[in-house]
Design a protein around this ligand. Structure first.
Ligand code: FES
Ligand code: FES
Length: 206
């Protein structure tokens, strides 16, 4: 079993090394993996510097939840398919269940806990409450973190598959929101209210 895990890990490293911008991180990961099974990684979470000691194979999701106690980030599928584990890494949304913690030395993370507090909700958090954009709430942290980055992508002019033009106006219509949020699943199917909440927050912020 351990041999098989090591083989999968090495194959993953080899695939990542093809991308030039990942090469320094891959080199660090490979060196550590060959020497020992534990390592230290330093990064910033919600504005606080953190240092964690972890198994080289630990995912960012498990470190956030189990070591740092940030349980707002949810584990749904653990396979990159539901978006419940979405966090921001250097301002971009990622599925933290697909990220090895070892590859985030020096990065800045934001989790749902870092976007607002019960006393000072972010515009999106407030809109989800106002529009009732949830039922059980399990997917909600991932939806809100993902939508936070999505609105930034929209402001930066990044088109989606649903955008009418690649560089023209991209009005935040229902289909545009649905496409841009398609990586975040909701098992309660609260999609119409989730989209309403996002549209409401976008108006508040614009
Ligand atoms: S738990 Fe990460 S995408 Fe589902
Ligand atoms: S509100 Fe229950 S999974 Fe989305």
């Amino acid at each position: 079993m351990a041999k098989r895990v090591a083989e999968i890990f090495r194959n993953t490293i080899a695939e990542l090394a093809v991308v030039k911008q990942w090469q320094p991180r891959v080199a660090r990961l490979e060196a550590t993996f060959n020497k020992e099974s534990h390592m230290r990684t330093r990064f910033t979470v919600n504005g606080e510097p953190r240092e964690v000691e972890h198994d080289t194979r630990a995912t960012l999701l498990d470190i956030l939840r189990d070591q740092l106690g940030l349980t707002g980030t949810k584990k749904g599928c653990d396979h990159g398919q539901c978006g419940a584990c979405t966090v921001l890494v250097n301002g971009k949304r990622v599925n933290s269940c697909l990220c090895l913690a070892a590859m985030h030395e020096g990065d800045e993370m934001t989790t749902i806990e870092g976007l607002g507090s019960p006393e000072a909700l972010s515009a999106l958090q407030q809109a989800f409450v106002s529009r009732d954009g949830y039922q059980c709430g399990f997917c909600t942290p991932g939806q809100i973190v993902s939508a936070t980055a999505m609105l930034e992508e929209l402001r930066a002019g990044d088109p989606s598959f649903a955008s009418a033009s690649l560089n023209g106006d991209m009005p935040l219509e229902d289909a545009e929101i649905a496409e841009r949020m398609s990586g975040n699943l909701c098992r309660c199917s609260a999609y119409p209210l989730i989209r309403e909440a996002i549209a409401m927050a976008a108006e508040v912020k614009s």
